[in-house]
Structures are given as structure tokens and as C-alpha cells.
Design a protein around this ligand. Structure first.
Ligand code: NAP
Length: 256
């Protein structure tokens, strides 16, 4: 087993997709994990599970509660604390929700704003906050969980999708910045298709949902290979290529 210290940070650590990715990474040698989320008890449960799966006596896990992940000051303070001793090797940013119906968000600007803040702004604050520290170290990997919904605005979910699409442009800009600086920081956007997690519990029986363990394997494989974009499961790359490239006169007649 690899005895070199490797540090993983999960933001939105109670996410089932994120915790399943972390299970694989701790089995592959990550021995320090920091969990960020809203609820300490639930974070501690994730931490206990990872400790058991790690099987290492040098495994350590800590929890950071951030009640509002859109508050720049709390986010900065949390990140600076986490990076004080060691800058993480991987930060997986997973918070997000598509639970609100698009039609309700269209009618309620306050909820629309909350959706955009949660799915777009908050992940970007964390990505940029950790990237500042990684840049100084000259290494590190920022991974944001976006969605296939971010690839093209659709009638049924364009509020959620447009929040997610911010992650793509931001990640592209970060990669360009680090390339020009010749700095070894990597940035990946993960795009899961519909996956069985608490977020999609209402879709059971209505939509085919991927198994979260398969999705996590696909994500970890893609991140470990340094891919810029990871579709999980991988078939969504082709599906979204077709959807993105449908001409508007066809797309606007389809209820997809
Ligand atoms: N499952 C899918 O089909 C699917 C498809 C595409 C993309 N995704 C994306 O994958 C990521 C992980 O989701 P998941 O499927 O693993 O679902 P999940 O298990 O329900 O996790 C959702 C995560 O988002 C956090 N979250 C939800 N609402 C929040 C709020 N208002 N403020 C702060 N945090 C909030 C949750 O924190 P709490 O535990 O504190 O509520 C939890 O950590 C999300 O970004 C989601 O958009 C999922």
C-alpha cells in the first residue's frame, strides 16, 4: 500500500456520489480526508464509513461545517484553515440539487436565485478558493460535479442546467490560466447522467437511473487519468454530443 500522505477534500461530502468516489480513493491510498457540509452528524457518519474502508492505521478524517456555501467569507476561512498544514491533492466539489421543478423556479425569483447560487456560484467559490492554494504549491486537482443538464438548456431543467454550465466555462478558464502559468494544477468537470441517489429518489420507476457505485468508478477513473470532462456513465458523452448538435428547428420540437 502507498504510504505517501495523500489528502482528499470533499465539499458537499454527504453526497452519495461524492462519498462513493471517496470510498475508492481511500482504498487507493488517500489517508487524510476533510469533509465539508452543513450537518456535522451526517459528515461524521461519512467519515466513520471511510475510516473503516481505508483499513489504514494512519488514516485521519476531519469535518468542517459550513452552513452557507455561498458566503464567500466562510468559504475562504474554511479553505484557508484546511490548507494551512497541507494543500489537498484532490478536492471534489459535489453540492447541488435538481429537486426544485423548473416551472416553480420560473415563477419564484428568490428560489431561482437559490438554485443558481447552489449549483453554480458555490462550487465556483470552492474551486477558486482551493485553486489559489494549489497554484502556490504548483500541484493539485480540482474536480467539480456538473451535470449533463449543463450541456444544453432544456425546457424541463434549464435553471439547474444553467447553474451547472457555469462550471464548464469556469473550469475551461482555469485550465487556460494554469496552462499559461505552466502550473501543474488540474481541473475536471464531471457530468453524471441520471443516477440513483437521494436527489433522484422521486424518479425511481420513471427514468433509468445508473448505479451510484458504477458512476463513482467511472468518475475516479476519469479523474485519475486527468480528463478535463468525465461523463458518467461514459455513454452520456455520445448522447450529449447528439443533443448539443441538434439544430434548433429540430430541438425546439422535441420534448426532451
Ligand atoms: N444523481 C443524479 O442523477 C445527478 C445527475 C447529474 C448531476 N448530479 C450532481 O451530483 C452532485 C451530487 O449529488 P448526488 O446525486 O450525490 O445527490 P445527494 O446524495 O442528494 O447529494 C446532494 C448534495 O448536495 C448538498 N445540497 C443539496 N441542497 C443543498 C443546499 N441547499 N445547500 C447546501 N448543500 C446542499 C447535499 O447536502 P446535505 O446533505 O446537507 O443536504 C449533498 O451533499 C450534485 O451536484 C448533483 O447536482 C447528480
Amino acid at each position: 500500500m502507498n504510504k505517501v500522505a495523500k489528502k482528499l477534500v470533499l465539499v458537499g461530502a454527504t453526497s452519495l456520489i461524492a462519498s462513493n468516489c471517496a470510498r475508492i480513493w481511500v482504498q487507493n491510498g488517500f489517508n487524510e480526508v476533510v469533509l465539508i457540509g452543513r450537518d456535522r452528524k451526517r459528515l461524521e457518519n461519512v467519515g466513520c464509513d471511510l475510516a473503516v474502508r481505508s483499513g489504514r492505521d494512519d488514516f485521519s478524517c476531519s469535518c468542517e461545517v459550513v452552513c452557507d456555501g455561498t458566503d464567500a467569507e466562510s468559504v475562504t476561512e474554511t479553505i484557508d484553515n484546511i490548507c494551512r498544514d497541507a494543500v489537498p491533492d484532490i478536492v471534489l466539489i459535489a453540492q447541488g440539487s435538481s429537486l426544485d421543478m423548473n416551472e416553480e423556479l420560473q415563477q419564484n425569483l428568490s428560489r431561482l436565485k437559490s438554485s443558481l447560487l447552489l449549483n453554480g456560484i458555490s462550487p465556483v467559490l470552492y474551486a477558486q478558493g482551493f485553486a489559489r492554494h494549489m497554484e502556490k504549491k504548483g500541484a493539485g486537482h480540482v474536480v467539480m460535479i456538473g451535470s449533463v443538464a449543463g450541456d444544453r438548456g432544456r425546457s424541463s431543467n434549464y435553471v439547474y442546467g444553467s447553474g451547472k454550465s457555469l462550471l464548464d466555462t469556469y473550469a475551461e478558464g482555469m485550465r487556460h490560466y494554469f496552462a499559461l502559468k505552466k502550473c501543474g494544477v488540474m481541473v475536471t468537470v464531471v457530468k453524471p447522467g441520471p443516477t440513483l441517489t437521494p436527489m433522484t429518489a422521486d424518479l425511481v420507476g420513471k427514468v433509468k437511473l445508473a448505479d451510484v457505485k458504477d458512476v463513482a468508478k467511472c468518475i475516479v477513473r476519469g479523474v485519475d487519468c486527468g480528463k478535463k470532462t468525465v461523463y458518467a456513465p461514459s455513454r452520456w458523452r455520445l448522447i450529449m454530443f447528439v443533443i448539443r448538435n441538434l439544430p434548433s428547428f429540430v430541438f425546439n420540437r422535441l420534448n426532451i
